[in-house]
Design a protein around this ligand. Structure first.
Ligand code: GRG
Length: 287
């Protein structure tokens, strides 16, 4: 796992060279290269390996997914969204570069990902690259992350929509969709069958919801030092979360039952890396 994270970090560094106008490239690079867990690129590379692909072929899409993730974090932290001053243990992008450059850095990352996929995947069958781009463009737009963010924002002040269905919609798109993009792209690059790609879709949905419940629980029980972001904000702003809807104990139960379903799927693929990711989450919640 650490080896894969190191490889991803090296590639991100290589892909994020600084040119004129430096302010935008520095701002893009700042959030992308801050130390995150790199879960999504690692999952993409692992899905590629599971289905017999060469992980080097999946590196451009793995890095593009981390860039899309960084983009969503930069925009999510803006004053007009969640207004968060810290991310990955450091001041948020707009606190360092200002709101205008941070907004533009997010926009630039959004199109730099597909640019990289197209430029760096010249040796892959074009139909696989096209299939990956179809997933990327859907998930990066109003059919994916943006849909989740819009419902999240709109539900904040509206008690009448604070229910399980709304919560599931928000996190299917805000959280599960990026894991979906990661697992499916890895499988697509490796040439996996449509049935296997669909299995990755199902795994990503379960993993994404589990990850969000985990994130919501940590927002209640963890610290700034541990998470590198402001803690307890969701509760303070009356946000719809798994913990606010089900309570801490039932959220933990729901999470453990999702973990069991996820292990069942992962076991079929004998993936120590995917297993380790889930194990680490389990351990953190059990503390
Ligand atoms: C895609 C154009 C476009 C806009 C994005 C702002 C927005 C719309 C969506 C917000 C998405 C968001 C911030 C979801 C939160 C998901 C989440 C739990 C993030 C934390 O992920 P970790 O813990 O973070 O993997 P690290 O820092 O480790 O990578």
């Amino acid at each position: 796992m650490n080896n894969l994270i190191e490889k991803v970090n090296q590639k991100l560094e290589e892909y994020m060279d600084i040119r004129y106008p430096e302010s935008i490239f520095n701002s893009m690079k700042y959030t992308v290269t801050l130390p995150g867990k790199r879960l999504r690129p690692v999952m993409c590379l692992e899905a590629c390996r599971i289905f017999g692909g060469n992980i080097e072929d999946a590196m451009p899409i793995a890095c593009a997914i981390e860039m899309l993730h960084a983009q969503s974090l930069i925009h999510d932290d803006l004053p007009c969204m969640d207004n968060d001053d810290f991310r990955r243990g450091k001041p948020s992008n707009h606190k360092v570069f200002g709101e205008a450059i941070a907004t533009l850095a997010g926009d630039a990352l959004l199109s730099y990902g597909p640019q990289l996929i197209i430029e760096k995947s010249v040796n892959l069958p074009p139909e696989r690259v096209l299939k990956v781009l179809r997933e990327y463009t859907k998930i990066a737009g109003a059919y994916g992350l943006i849909a989740g963010q819009v419902v999240d924002i709109e539900s904040e002040g509206d008690e009448s929509v604070k229910n399980a269905e709304t919560l599931e919609f928000i996190h299917t798109h805000k959280t599960a969709d990026l894991f979906r993009l990661a697992l499916k792209s890895g499988a697509i690059i490796a040439g996996a069958s449509d049935t296997k790609i669909q299995e990755m879709d199902d795994l990503a949905q379960k993993f994404g919801i589990a990850f969000q419940i985990y994130d919501d629980i940590l927002d209640e029980i963890s610290t700034f030092e541990d998470l590198g972001k402001t803690i307890g904000k969701d509760k303070a702003s009356g946000k719809l979360t798994y913990v606010s809807l089900y309570g801490l104990e039932d959220s933990k139960k729901k999470l453990n039952s999702l973990f069991a379903e996820i292990y069942d799927i992962i076991d079929k693929y004998h993936s120590e890396i995917l297993k380790n990711i889930v194990k680490q989450m389990e351990l953190k919640i059990a503390k």
